[in-house]
Design a protein around this ligand. Structure first.
Ligand SMILES: [Zn+2]
Length: 296
């Protein structure tokens, strides 16, 4: 099972988008455009419940208008704007969107965030040019292409031998909010190393078997979340107190009771943490590979 937008109909038009004339042409070909503001928030309709896609108008501006792709043949663009009359965070509107819309919005925010910090070449400092409808920046001086950056981060559902899940409370989070453990991959580190290091640092737990379950883009501003499930070799957690304030292993029943009476609050629906915790609550997330090929 794909964790993220398995039913998306977005065609990123990778072969066609390398032709700048084609990109320019489809801008004036019934294209629609979605504004993203300087904070990475997305344009919404006056009632705030839907994305505010507008017909593309005016001249195509390669530096501020980025091709997301085609949906049923209709070109969809993002526009980087300083301000929007009505904008909201992907965190807020995301849970209401279908897979195709989620794919489009996440791509739009990721591209706008990247272009905002990538106008100059990281090697020679010279100005770079947008290519391929916004998925490439080119440095004429170095004659090199640059691609959108993402920061890989691992997120880990740590289980004990009884299938209980470790949930930790992050310093600074609202009271009772808990989640599974996560952290950025360090330079020169594999994902599996990052999983073991982050879990050890934050919880003091050591891990036995580790299994990859899926990934999700998280453009706040540019993370790629890589989800793992792992077995702890003991239940003697020692949280670090700096990132994780408190944490413990919980059975499914204990989580249900504590969520019902407000003692625990779980992550928001859009996040990979929420998807993984929900899968565990249904009894479908374990370190052993799933028997059903479509299970998480
Ligand atoms: Zn350069």
């Amino acid at each position: 099972m794909d964790l993220w937008v398995p039913d998306s109909q977005l065609d990123r038009a990778d072969p066609q988008r390398t032709d700048p004339d084609w990109v320019r042409r489809i801008w004036s070909d019934d294209a629609v455009v979605l504004g993203i503001d300087a904070r990475g928030d997305v344009a919404v309709t006056p009632d705030g419940t839907a994305l505010d896609w507008r017909p593309a108008s005016g001249e195509f501006v390669v530096e501020r208008q980025f091709l997301l792709g085609l949906v049923d043949g209709v070109p969809h663009f993002a526009a980087a704007l300083d301000e929007l009359p009505r904008a909201t965070s992907l965190r807020e509107i995301g849970p209401t969107l279908d897979d195709t819309s989620l794919d489009l919005v996440t791509t739009a925010i990721a591209l706008v965030n990247w272009h905002a910090v990538a106008p100059f070449c990281g090697v020679c400092g010279g100005p770079t040019q947008v290519r391929a409808g916004g998925t490439v920046r080119y440095c004429p001086r170095c004659e090199r292409e640059r691609f959108p950056r993402m920061d890989p981060a691992v997120i880990v559902a740590v289980l004990d031998d009884d299938g209980r899940l470790f949930l930790g409370h992050h310093v600074g989070w609202p009271q009772n909010r808990v989640s599974i453990l996560a952290g950025f991959v360090s330079a020169g580190e594999s994902l599996e190393q990052a999983v073991r290091r982050e879990v050890a640092e934050e919880s003091g737990l050591t891990l036995g078997e580790v299994r990859y379950v899926g990934s999700q883009p998280w453009p706040f501003p540019r993370s790629l979340m890589l989800g793992f499930v792992a077995r702890a070799t003991s239940v003697d957690a020692q949280v670090d107190g700096e990132e994780i304030e408190w944490g413990d292993f919980y059975s499914i029943d204990e989580v249900e009771q504590r969520v019902a009476d407000g003692r625990l609050a779980l992550p928001m629906p859009l996040s990979i943490a929420s998807t993984m915790i929900s899968s565990w609550r249904r009894g479908e997330l374990d370190v052993a590979a799933p028997r059903r090929p479509d299970a998480l």
